[in-house]
Design a protein around this ligand. Structure first.
Ligand code: PLP
Length: 377
């Protein structure tokens, strides 16, 4: 294990979040006292564990305004997305024809991969909806594509790179008008923005505990569509207890926490704008996740900046799956950012456990690292 002294300031909350100590308590309780096998319901211990899963389903459902019996516990959002796409493919009305999918270009790799697999198997055809330079969805194009025939519409609730929030209520309405199902990837939005699964008439929604101060290895597929296969093996009760507690806390606290988090993000943004000449803020400033701050420093390669600050600040060049890869981000390309802005892109997201002094220090470290990088070029 790494030494806990002098750990860098954590500003990568899109990738994952630290676990809330109250969630850790729930996980440890489920792992120690509540160790029973939820499938062994002949006795107290099994019933207790099974009740923990039931309680987790209730808490997930309450967070996204869905019915508890529509909550299917999964190991991740990725697993939930795969199950949703497989389910939509399996229940398509015309089995001889591929599922007609309409999806935004800026979906997460978990969605892109699931769709590509369905296409490769000949079970789906995907049409893509463009976004503008702030990653906003072209709703007119979406409307046209739905009207020209679609079975499934995939739009994320908020983007994991630039933080743009989508009007998924309007997307669900559009899809319903044209008879299409919807898959809403709410992995980044859940616990940060108001989501109303049942009221919107969404078909599938997915979320993940580790993006909202919960443990890794626990997510959920929300759907009333029925006949979802149960995941195999003995359920990971501690992780799901953590998912439930994370959702319960977000439901109770997000309305208070998120404005405070946005305050920290705005503080960081302001200090960077003051400290870094020609800094550009990416994403939609009018509809952006409260914790997101995606910037570009034109012509300063982001990997140079990251290597200069890595001992002090943890941030990234893009989504977790792109970090370390040489491939440019598909999101920034879809936004049609200039090569200079793509090359200088830095993704940050603050969290509720960050405090103002850390934000100020991080802004200082980053501003001076960028100045040094510029001097080196
Ligand atoms: N969808 C979005 C928007 C994400 O940000 C992520 C994780 O980065 C995922 C899906 C995948 O989530 P998980 O790690 O739970 O598989």
């Amino acid at each position: 294990m790494r030494e806990s002294r002098e750990r860098p300031i954590y500003l990568d909350h899109h990738a994952t979040t630290p676990v809330d100590p109250r969630v850790i308590e729930a996980v440890v309780h489920a792992m120690s006292v509540g160790f029973g096998n939820p499938n062994s319901t002949e006795h107290f211990y099994g019933v207790e564990a099974s009740e923990m899963l039931e309680s987790a389903r209730h808490d997930v459902a309450a967070l996204v305004s869905a019915r508890p019996d529509g909550i299917h516990l999964t190991s991740s959002s990725t697993a939930a997305i795969r199950t949703a796409v497989a389910h939509a493919v399996a229940r398509r009305a015309k089995k001889a024809q591929p599922l007609r999918i309409v999806a935004s270009r800026i979906e997460h790799a978990a969605v892109l991969n699931a769709l590509a697999e369905a296409e490769r198997a000949g079970a789906a055809v995907v049409r893509w909806i463009a976004v503008d330079h702030q990653a906003r969805l072209d709703m007119d194009e979406l409307r046209r594509e739905c009207r020209s025939g679609a079975d499934l519409v995939c739009v994320m609730a908020a983007n994991n790179e630039v933080g743009t929030i989508y009007d998924t209520r309007a997307v669900c309405q559009l899809a319903a008008e044209t008879g299409a199902s919807t898959l809403i990837d709410a992995t980044q939005a859940a616990g940060r923005v108001d989501l109303r699964f049942s009221e919107w008439g969404a078909t599938y929604m997915v979320l993940s505990a580790h993006k909202m101060y919960g443990p890794k290895g626990a997510g959920a597929l929300v759907t009333d569509a029925g006949s979802i296969p149960r995941s195999e093996g003995t359920p990971n009760v501690p992780a799901f207890a953590g998912l439930g507690e994370a959702c319960r806390l977000r439901r109770l606290e997000m309305n208070e926490d998120e404005p405070a988090v946005a305050g920290l993000r705005d503080r960081l943004q302001e200090r960077l704008l003051n400290g870094v000449p020609s800094l550009v803020i990416n994403g939609d400033p009018k509809a952006r996740l409260s914790h997101s701050l995606h910037v570009s420093v034109p012509d300063v390669p982001n990997d140079v900046v990251i290597s200069l600050v890595r001992a002090r600040v943890a941030l990234s060049t893009g989504s977790a799956c792109h970090s370390g890869a040489l491939e440019p981000s598909h999101v920034l390309r879809a936004m049609d950012l200039s090569p200079a802005l793509q090359e200088g892109a830095l993704r940050m997201a603050v969290g509720k456990f960050n405090h103002a002094a850390e934000i100020d220090a991080a802004a200082e470290y980053l501003s001076s690292a960028i100045a040094r990088a510029r001097a080196m070029l």
